[in-house]
Design a protein around this ligand. Structure first.
Ligand SMILES: Cc1ncc(COP(=O)(O)O)c(C=O)c1O
Length: 403
């Protein structure tokens, strides 16, 4: 168990008694991250890349240092493989709107999984509709709730252009075997797009172990600021892709007749970016690595398993994950005979923050024959006390609805 971490998080100190179990939606921020942003705005703020005065040069250096730090964190070959975006959603839209637009033709196929967050589903669905391509949706095993690898293997054909897969489901916590997904895609020359939004904050990641073509993440889900995300892309793709947006900061030369573009990653970073967001993620990664991703994963897994055990013992609570498959902090459940929103409201009144609904994964919720689910998600700052509070909240719910 991680001790004393909560003290690093002002929101948790300012709300004693709060059980924040919604980190899969967004995480709280430690003081070091807030201080890094504050310091930048108070002492070093200027726009990047354009100024030749020292404040601007310092801001540029901090922005680019963040790129190096994030590259090192995920083991990318070069910082130039990283494009800064607003979030995972924008990162994936960027891929679909550039290389997706140029590669996918009528009759082609795009493979996604039923587990995808809408961010890695809707852009591909829309691209397929626009191009007259087929969207193939690979299911999960109903018993294990893991990706059905046999179905994936038969879904990928020589018509497949993209295989788009989550690295960790935001609803189920399942983590597909991405090395195998990549191997299957590559056999037919399809490109891989991995949604790592829910994986990177909770599991150590070394992309050299599976060499994705593209991978997306969001800073706000890993202690950084909201509104800052990252797209990793292989150099050969980034070099040949057309720009996503055009305007300032992404050009090499503009005349009345035509424009030439900067090299990647600048080619994909039109306009003034969220500089402090990059700085926040740099600081967040330092903080996370200082504690250790493996320790964080172990901690949140222990809490999720403890909650699973206690809720299961109460009866009338349906826990979806197989206890021995829980290896991160995501715990989806429902209370028999009570609408998930009613459960979340009772918990909310007790300062227990969970999420209820379709979790931006409607195809998965339909596949599971549910209308909605409740999700508790644990992170490094949660404690056994938070588990006790959740259990007390569910006890209260049962008392209210099963009198
Ligand atoms: C698995 C997954 N992918 C993508 C997203 C979208 O992230 P963002 O809203 O930061 O773009 C989320 C957010 O909940 C997520 O959990």
């Amino acid at each position: 168990m991680l001790e004393g971490v909560q003290n690093d998080f002002p929101v948790l100190k300012n709300h004693p008694g709060l059980a924040y179990l919604d980190s899969a939606a967004s995480t709280q921020k430690p003081s070091v991250v807030l201080d890094a942003m504050d310091h930048f705005y108070r002492f070093n703020y200027a726009n990047i890349h354009r100024g030749v005065y020292s404040l601007s040069e310092q801001a540029t250096a901090s922005y680019e240092a963040a790129r190096m730090r994030i590259a090192r964190f995920i083991h990318a070959k070069s910082p130039e493989n990283l494009v800064f975006t607003r979030n995972t959603t924008e990162s994936i839209n960027l891929v679909a709107a550039t290389i997706g637009e140029s590669m996918v033709r009528e009759g082609d196929e795009i493979v996604v999984t039923i587990m995808e967050h809408h961010a890695n589903f809707v852009p591909w669905q829309q691209l397929a509709l626009k191009k007259g391509a087929t969207l193939k949706v690979v299911g999960i095993d109903r018993e294990t709730l893991e990706l059905d690898m046999a179905e994936l293997a038969s879904a990928i054909t020589d018509k497949t252009r993209f295989v788009c897969c989550t690295m960790a489901s935001n609803v189920l916590g399942a983590t597909p075997n991405v090395a195998e997904v990549t191997r299957l895609a590559r056999k037919f020359g399809a490109l891989t797009v991995f949604d790592a939004a829910q994986f990177v904050p909770h599991h150590p990641l070394d992309i050299t172990s599976f060499e994705p073509d593209f991978l997306a993440l969001s800073g706000h889900k890993m202690l950084g600021a909201d509104g800052f995300g990252v797209l990793y892309g292989k150099s050969e793709h980034l070099a040949s892709m057309p720009p996503f947006m055009t305007g300032g900061d992404m050009i090499e030369n503009v005349t009345i007749e035509k424009t030439t573009y900067s090299q990647p990653p600048q080619k994909f970073e039109a306009g003034t970016p969220f500089i402090a967001g990059a700085i926040s993620l740099h600081s967040a990664i330092d903080y996370l690595e200082n504690i250790g991703l493996d320790r964080i994963q172990e901690h949140e897994t222990e809490l999720a398993r403890l909650a699973d055990e206690k809720l299961r013992a109460m009866g009338k609570v349906r826990l979806y994950r197989n206890a021995n498959r829980i290896h991160n902090g995501i715990l989806p459940f429902n209370v028999e005979g009570v609408h998930p929103h009613d459960v979340a409201t009772i918990l909310g009144d007790m300062d227990i923050c969970v999420r209820a609904g379709h979790h931006c994964a409607q195809p998965l919720i339909h596949f599971m024959d549910e209308i909605a689910m409740i999700r508790a998600s644990f992170y490094l700052y949660n404690t056994e006390e938070d588990v006790e509070r959740l259990v007390a909240g569910i006890q209260k719910t049962l008392e209210v609805f099963h009198k």
